[in-house]
Structures are given as C-alpha cells and as structure tokens.
Write a new protein. Structure first.
Length: 416
C-alpha cells in the first residue's frame, strides 16, 4: 500500500510537470521569447502550482467516489428490503452529485411500459439495456440499475430539466453503484425464494429442521471466513495508514481529525468482525460469551439487562447449542435496540432434568402481528424460529402493541 502511495505521488508530479512544460512552451511561442527570464520562471512556477491544484482536485473527487462506494457497499450488506435499498442508492447519488435532480423510473417487465407517475422521458428501447449502462436522452441521462420482482429499475439524472455532462470517473462510479445494487437485489430475491421454499407446512418440519441446520452451519463457516479476511486485510491496511498519518500530525492539523475518524472506523469494523464470529465463543463457553454480549449492549446502548442462570452442568452446551443460543440472544438484543425500543430486558436460562429452557422478556413497543406476518418484516423473527426448530425445540411467543415481547423456548439435552 505504501508503494501505491509513492507511485500515486510520482504520477501526480509527472502529470503536473509535463502539463506545465506544455504551457511554458506555448508561452514561448506566443511571446516569441521576448519576455524576461524572471517572467518565464514565475509563469513556470505558477503553472506547476495551478496544475498541482487541478491534479489534487481530480484525485480528491476520485476519493469522494471511493468513499461513496464504500458507504453504499456497507448498506447493501444490511437487511433492508429492495425498496429501501433503492431509496438509499438515490440518496447516495444525491449526496455526491449536489444540485442534480435524481428520479426513479420503473418499467413493467412484461409490457415494457412506465409504471406509476414518473417524469416525462422520451421513448427508449429498454429491452437491450445492460446493468450499469448509461444512455443520454433529451431530458437527461438514464442509468439501468437492475430488476426487482416484475420491474426494471432505472435512475434519471438531470439538472433543472436538462441533460447533464457526466465525466468518465463519474460514469465509472455510477456503474459500480449499479452493479452493487443489482447484485444486492438479486441476492435478496434468491434469499426470499429460498426462505419461501424452506418455510413449508407442519408435516415437513423434520425435513425443514435438517435443512436449516445445514444452512446455519454453512452460514457460520462463511461468517468465520469473512471475519478473518476483514481482520487480516482491511483492518491491517487501515492500521498501516494510521501509522503513516502519525508522521504528519504536527505539520497538518487536519490530519489529526482524519486519523481519529480512521481509528473510530477501525474500532467499528473490529466490533462487526466480533459480531460475525466471536473469536473465543467455544473457548469462553456460552454463558460467558452471552455475558460479554450483554455487557457490550449495556455499555453501548444504556440498556438495563438482567441475566439469570440456573445451569449445573456446562457439558450440555454442545457446539450446535452454543452457536444457536448465542445467535438467538444476539438477534433478540439487536431487535431490542433497532426495533422494540426496549429499555429493560430479562434473560433467563434454566437447566431441567432432560431439557434446557430459555426465556426472553422486554418492555418494548411489542409486535404488531399484522405487520410481522408480512414477508418483508419477519426475517429476524423467522431466523430465531428456524434456529429453535433446527435444535428440535418448541417455542412460544407472546406480544402485542405496547405490551413488550415474551419468548420462551425449550430444547432437549438428552444424548440421542
């Protein structure tokens, strides 16, 4: 990375020097070498300074596009639905292309006609559009994003109703955003399709439990690999950049604030890696790992959480039980922060003769079952049910609007 930094600076200097020489020779031709040496020297210095400013402005614009891609790629990994993702995309484009009009255009996949009330756009042949392709029209530029359900999604870019000039680096940035969005939309469609296939009638519960166990095992392996890759590559490179910035803190005051922001982001990424796969989950054991998770949420979100445990034999916590219990508690606490707005949570774990019972209760806003029963809002609850199901457990959920949430489930601990 350091070599790339040096290479970038050399390339900037080379571009600046060559451009300044061209300007200098043009001045010689125009003035027919009649100016004094000091005047030529001053012009050459000023041309180098001006060219440097242009180069740094160009590079700064490219960094803006890179930061934008990084922000949006993080949003693509979150659990938002397709409509929310496209809304985030338009907001991201709007935040970078200030002053430009950004509008969504939806075409029906079957009829290839506009859906809903949209801006006036000329008739265009959308059947042979490629993802990320940009076409110019009389009213502005059209960018093909991808498809969701029965709709082709485009973004229209204009300025006060007129076409805008899209530079090459802007076009590359827009294409990358389109590829990220199309990939995320496709993944969401596939995931929803698989969920619809997995969540079947009661008579197929056994098959569903086995399949869920396989899918969760694959998911844990991928989580571990992803956390390790992020730690070994991205975090290490960011740490290297921080150390490089330390040498310039005294000379440039702004670098101190940049370095602090970078350190905060490193800590944030480390926490996300921990969420992906706690490094000592099996070594620490389930109970200690849950306590660490609780302490983290109490510290970060000012929650009042109590954890009551009545377990006499730790050997009941097999790897399967440990991972699934930890993920269930993690999901419940995440929902408490993001959705239920709970301030007080009670967790209880009780070991019985041949089973293990777990109870979760909070004082949040509760669940509106009319909304939860829709597919778009049940992913977190479905995941918890599936994990309980893959451990051959039984569960009961009690909740209502402004009544908090009460979840009980019990699994067998008999060796079969």
């Amino acid at each position: 990375m350091k070599d790339n930094w040096v290479k970038l600076n050399i390339e900037q200097f080379a571009r600046t020097f060559v451009f300044s020489l061209l300007l200098f020779f043009m001045l010689l031709l125009i003035t027919d070498s009649q100016l004094q040496f000091k005047q030529y020297s001053l012009f050459f210095v000023l041309s180098i300074f001006g060219s440097s400013c242009l180069c740094f402005t160009y590079d700064d614009r490219n960094k803006t596009y890179l930061r934008s891609l990084f922000r949006f790629s993080e949003l693509c990994q979150e659990g938002s639905d397709a409509d929310q993702l496209i809304k985030e995309l338009t907001n991201e484009i709007q935040s970078v292309l200030l002053g430009k009009q950004i509008a969504l255009i939806n075409y029906d996949k079957k009829t290839l006609k506009l859906k809903g009330n949209h801006i006036q756009v000329p008739n265009i042949n959308i059947s042979n559009f490629k993802i990320g392709e940009i076409r110019e029209t009389a009213s502005g530029s059209i960018l093909f994003i991808g498809e969701k359900c029965d709709t082709f999604v485009f973004i229209h870019l204009s300025h006060k109703g007129h076409p805008i000039k899209i530079r090459e680096n802007e076009a590359d940035w827009l294409r990358m955003l389109a590829f990220c969005t199309a990939s995320a939309l496709q993944n969401k469609l596939l995931i929803q399709k698989k969920i619809d296939e997995i969540i079947i009638d009661d008579q197929h519960k056994c098959k569903s439990a086995v399949l869920s166990k396989v899918l969760f095992s694959i998911s844990e392996i991928e989580r571990t690999k992803l956390a390790q890759d992020i730690h070994d590559s991205i975090i290490q490179e960011l740490i290297f950049v921080c150390r490089e910035l330390e040498y310039h803190v005294e000379k440039y005051k702004d670098i101190y604030y940049i370095r602090e922001i970078l350190l905060d982001n490193i800590q944030y990424i480390r926490e996300k890696c921990f969420d992906l796969r706690p490094p000592f989950l099996m070594e620490m054991g389930l109970l200690r790992s849950i306590q660490v998770l609780i302490d983290k949420h109490k510290s970060n979100y000012q929650l009042d959480i109590e954890f009551f445990v009545d377990v006499k034999d730790d050997s009941i916590f097999t790897e399967d039980i440990t991972i699934n219990f930890y993920r269930i508690v993690q999901e419940l606490l995440t929902n408490a922060v993001k959705h239920s707005k709970a301030s007080y949570i009670v967790l209880t774990m009780i070991q019985k003769k041949t089973s293990l019972m777990f109870v979760y209760e909070d004082n949040g806003i509760g669940i509106d079952w009319n909304k939860v029963n829709s597919k778009t809002n049940s992913f977190g609850l479905t995941g918890i049910k599936e994990r309980i199901n893959c451990m051959s457990g039984i569960h009961n959920i009690s909740s209502g609007v402004n009544e908090g949430l009460l979840l009980r489930f019990e699994i067998s601990t008999k060796n079969e």
